[in-house]
Design a protein around this ligand. Structure first.
Ligand code: NDP
Length: 631
């Protein structure tokens, strides 16, 4: 047996030592700096008379319509597979293939998996194993290490287990590098490393009816068995590239933001970046500080809200821990306001529990219908967007650049972004916004990007073109009871889950943070908390009832899918633009994120747990055992 796998003499269980070493010390950095200039941190008031009237609605509609069909992405396969290589770690630690059994196998080692491990351990489950594609923990924060990376949800509510770790982040918005270190400290403190197989990609997960086990095959030759499998592999895991004619001919350096190549020195280089989503908004101000020329190829502008980064104050360090479960409480309070605009200026006192309510006095004296609520939201949403647009005019000097940087869609329809240095960057003489609206970059040659007949010669080309969102894109091939994979099932029937956690025909399989999975709003840590507690409940319930498996009824998931579609359609006017949230306009209603809100999901969960009606608990194999599984 290699040193990577040894037996714990106390328990007889395997202990792993597969964490990869860092490949270089160059891969380090910091997130947002503190901006002192108040002018850059202020959202101007909405222009007088800002009303979402027919003219403004037409503008939104046209902005959307000209972009429809422009999104064209591809996976990083074939010659582009090299962009997926793990640039952060030394090669995988050698180990033998495993063919043994564990009770719970979790795919992923990000926030979801770390939280789940903590909760499982707390509930007395110790025979737990994790498989992770990367060389270390962190998930998103392992892969995304671009310059300027930081969380967008305030770190006091975003970082999990702060009380348990006795930690308070130093800045309101922690850098991604700090978050990665925090994950590593959590993993060390909670014994996670002993249980995780790094650089191990699960390729296939097959249900074996006869034994009531999942068989998990990996790219390291493993064929492990587990009673339960949990998918905790994230929602924006699989990077995608814009499909652009000639991209394979580019002779300079190129990479995707989620595999930032720090061996490429950007100093004094001509650099191009394609995409202006949340990633690029953080990258652009940082790399503008070192490059010779920067070309930002934009198809659609992001809404750039105020960031207002700040350090944690001595008073906060001292007083917050006096409140029992201070971070959980804070996260709960954040959840009550994060459904709308999330740049919570002025709400620190509410979040810290110092004032009881952040809400403005209600403007109506009767209960509004859901449709009326949406209409109200659209109107206030428009005013916020007017402020966002006014901010562009107030900061960006060149009127043509300012005009291109103004987004025309509802706030939150695309991922809102927050930055106080992004807009001023476009005033620098060496930074050029190339407006490629509405169709985007369509041609690359060996020297650089070509747009509208103009060639932009580049030394380095950075793809900030995002990730597959929800769906089965990040799942391995999971084959359930009737021999179909989860992907095949959802492709033929539409996405069908119960609470986003189970899919009928896939017993003892739990999905964390997947499609239709509610429990929180903007803050995915809260969703992970909810899902981790649900998984613990489900496994505990199976044990308590002496069952071998848990599944859900077809009726329960049909009804739930219908509910997800209704919730999606109800709030769809707030997402009326081309966005990955709605599959660039192509997703079936209810098939991606859950739009019913955290509370509604929670109530459904509680009702299910109480009645147990949606669940099928079995004590023996189904008979006849399907031929395939019995082989
Ligand atoms: P996105 O999917 O948000 O952005 C992709 C960008 O590529 C869009 O601007 C898109 O334009 C553009 N694009 C695609 N094809 C072309 C083309 N041919 N020509 C020009 N532009 C093109 O990806 P990100 O990586 O920015 O962000 C993904 C998500 O990751 C975020 O939304 C957020 O949820 C998360 N994230 C979180 C952060 C945080 O918390 N700090 C930071 C960064 C990311 P178009 O809009 O027109 O489609």
């Amino acid at each position: 047996m290699s040193t990577a796998v040894r037996i714990d003499p106390a328990t007889g269980r395997k202990i792993f030592n597969t964490r990869a070493a860092k490949s270089t010390d160059k891969i380090a950095g910091k997130g947002y700096s503190i901006v002192a200039d108040e002018r850059l941190k202020t959202l101007p008031p909405p222009p007088p008379g800002a009303v979402f009237n027919a003219e403004e609605q037409r503008k939104y509609r046209e902005y959307k319509e000209v972009r429809q069909g422009a999104a064209d992405y591809m996976r990083l396969e074939g010659e582009f597979a090299k962009y997926l290589e793990d640039v952060y770690s030394e090669p995988p630690v050698a180990r033998e293939a495993l063919t043994d059994e564990c009770e719970i196998l979790v795919i992923g080692a990000g926030f979801g998996a770390l939280l789940l491990w903590y909760r499982l351990r707390d509930a007395g489950f110790t025979d737990v194993r994790f498989c992770e594609k990367g060389g270390d923990v962190g998930g998103t924060w392992y892969w995304n290490r671009y310059p300027g990376i930081a969380c967008d949800v305030e770190s006091y509510s975003y970082l999990p287990l702060l009380e348990e770790m006795g930690h308070i982040p130093a800045m309101k918005f922690a850098s991604g590098f700090e978050i990665l270190e925090y994950c590593q400290t959590m993993a060390e403190r909670f014994g996670f490393y002993d249980r995780c197989l790094f650089h191990t990609t699960v390729e296939k997960t097959d249900w074996d009816e006869a034994s009531g086990r999942w068989i998990i095959n990996t790219d390291r030759g493993d064929a492990m068995r587990a009673r339960y499998v949990v998918l905790a592999n994230g929602i924006l895991t699989t990077p995608k590239l814009a499909r652009i004619k000639g991209m394979e001919t580019f002779k300079g350096e190129a990479f995707h933001t989620s595999r930032w190549n720090y061996h490429v020195d950007l100093k004094d280089k001509r650099v191009g970046i394609i995409g202006t989503g949340a990633t690029a908004v953080q990258v652009v101000p940082e790399i503008a500080k070192v490059v010779k020329e920067l070309y930002v190829f934009q198809r659609t502008s992001s809404s750039i809200d105020v960031r207002d980064q700040r350090a944690t104050t001595p008073e906060e360090y001292e007083t917050w821990p006096n409140e029992p479960n201070w971070a959980v409480q804070r996260r709960e309070r954040l959840a009550t306001i994060s459904a709308g605009r999330t740049a919570l200026q002025g709400n620190d006192d509410f979040l810290a529990g110092k004032v009881q309510d952040y809400r403005e006095r209600r403007q109506h004296n009767r209960k509004l219908t859901p449709e009326e609520m949406i209409q109200r939201q659209l109107e206030s949403n428009f005013r916020i967007m007017e402020q966002i647009r006014a901010r562009v005019d107030a900061i960006v000097k060149d009127p043509k650049t300012a005009a291109a940087l103004k987004p025309y869609y509802p706030y939150g329809c695309k991922r809102p972004t927050f930055h106080d240095e992004y807009l001023p960057t476009f005033n620098l003489p060496h930074v050029h916004l190339v407006d490629t609206a509405p169709i985007g970059v369509k041609e690359i040659n060996e020297r650089g990007v070509v747009h509208d007949g103009v060639e932009y010669p580049l030394d380095v080309l950075i793809y900030a073109t995002g990730f597959e969102w929800m769906g089965t894109g990040s799942f391995n091939m999971i084959r359930g009871r009737d021999g179909r994979t989860l992907k095949e099932k959802w492709e033929s029937e539409g996405t069908k889950t119960f609470l986003g956690m189970h899919s009928s025909g896939f017993p003892n399989l739990f999905i964390m943070n997947g499609p239709q999975g509610g429990g929180g709003q903007f803050n995915f840590t809260r969703v992970s908390e909810m899902h981790a507690s649900y998984v613990v409940w489900a496994i505990q319930t199976i044990k308590d009832r002496g069952a071998r498996s848990i599944d859900v009824t077809r009726e329960a998931e049909e009804e739930y899918a219908q509910h997800c579609a209704e919730m999606d359609l109800l709030s769809a006017p707030l997402r009326d633009c081309v966005s990955y949230y709605n599959g660039d306009g192509n997703a079936k209603p209810g098939s991606l994120a859950y739009y019913g809100g955290g509370q509604r999901w929670h109530e459904r969960r509680m009702a299910a747990q109480q009645s147990m009606a949606p669940y099928v608990l079995e004590t023996a194999p189904r008979s006849p055992v399907p031929a395939k599984a019995a082989e």
